[in-house]
Design a protein around this ligand. Structure first.
Ligand code: IMP
Ligand code: MG
Length: 274
């Protein structure tokens, strides 16, 4: 497939935020595993960076693993799944009676994860959990719930940190959204995560709130919102901000907000109720 026009990469989740989340995931996994043997099964190619980082943090937490890889192909060279996953490289370890942690880059339609999970279950492991860096819940065609999820993300095509477009960009240390100048217009709203700060850009309305909600309403940790690049917000946008504050405080985290612009004056009153 030829790329439709100039490629635009927009930073989405930076390396620091990824590393923070990898630490939290490893911590949750370590608590569940406690001790004993664990076989980490990474899914190639997309899961290679995430698997490498995760096992090294697990090691620091005292969980020493064995590592194996399998390879599944489901995408051609584009951004649309061909739909049929194929096991193009198998694990070399036996799974019978063992504890297995499957590690992959992303659950999109769910077809690949479902397929891999079911193939592994046939081999009767004693315990099987799935850990994915990204989850696009709104794209699901086949039901699948991962046990450990790094970030829930909106329906955009994401590259970097192992994820590719046409086998490129896997080496980027951060996650970016890819779009093509001729085909995909600049979205009216976007946000990016830098460490514990989220920077909003554009107009925060219901659609924007829904997009941001996938990632932020599930956030673990304190969060700072930088609204300097935000052009405005309507009532739905304001409601979203208050829901975000509630959801974080329920989990014991705080939300602080900076960079409120003059353009938000009209909604300020509602805003202060957040
Ligand atoms: P699924 O079978 O539709 O869930 O797709 C899973 C596979 O599609 C992943 O392992 C990725 O290789 C690829 N994929 C899905 N969405 C993205 C994306 O946003 N960026 C890069 N690869 C993706
Ligand atoms: Mg993949």
């Amino acid at each position: 497939m030829t790329a439709p026009g100039r490629v635009i990469l927009t930073p989405f989740i930076d390396a620091a935020a990824i590393q923070r989340r990898v630490l939290e995931l490893a911590d949750a996994i370590a608590k569940d595993v406690q001790s004993g043997e664990l076989l980490v099964a990474g899914v190639l190619k997309g899961g290679f960076v995430f698997t490498a980082d995760l096992v090294r943090v697990l090691n620091r937490l005292g969980i020493h693993v064995r590592i194996d890889f399998l390879r599944v192909s489901s995408y051609g060279s584009g951004t649309v799944s061909s739909g049929t996953p194929v096991l193009s490289g198998d694990l070399s370890e036996k799974l019978n009676g063992r504890r297995v942690l499957l590690v992959d880059d992303i659950v999109d339609t769910g077809r690949t994860s479902r397929f891999v999970h079911d193939r592994i279950m046939e081999r009767r492991p004693a315990w099987l959990r799935t850990c994915v860096l990204l989850d696009k819940p709104r794209r699901r065609v086949v039901p699948f719930d991962a046990d450990y999820i790094g970030f829930r993300v909106p329906d955009a095509f994401i590259v970097g940190y192992g994820l590719d477009y046409d086998n490129q960009y896997r080496d980027l240390p951060e996650l970016s959204v890819i779009r093509f100048a001729d085909r995909d217009p600049e979205p009216p709203f976007s946000f990016r995560v830098e460490g514990g700060t989220v920077l909003f850009k554009g107009h925060l309305d219901a659609k924007a709130a829904e997009d941001a909600g996938d990632t932020l309403l599930r956030w673990h940790g304190d969060l700072e919102l930088d609204l300097a690049g935000m052009q405005g917000a309507d009532r739905d946008g304001m409601n979203f901000l208050s829901r975000l504050r509630e959801s974080l405080s329920e989990k014991g985290f705080t939300l602080s907000i900076r960079g409120l612009k003059r353009t938000l004056q009209e909604t300020r009153q509602e805003y202060h109720k957040c």
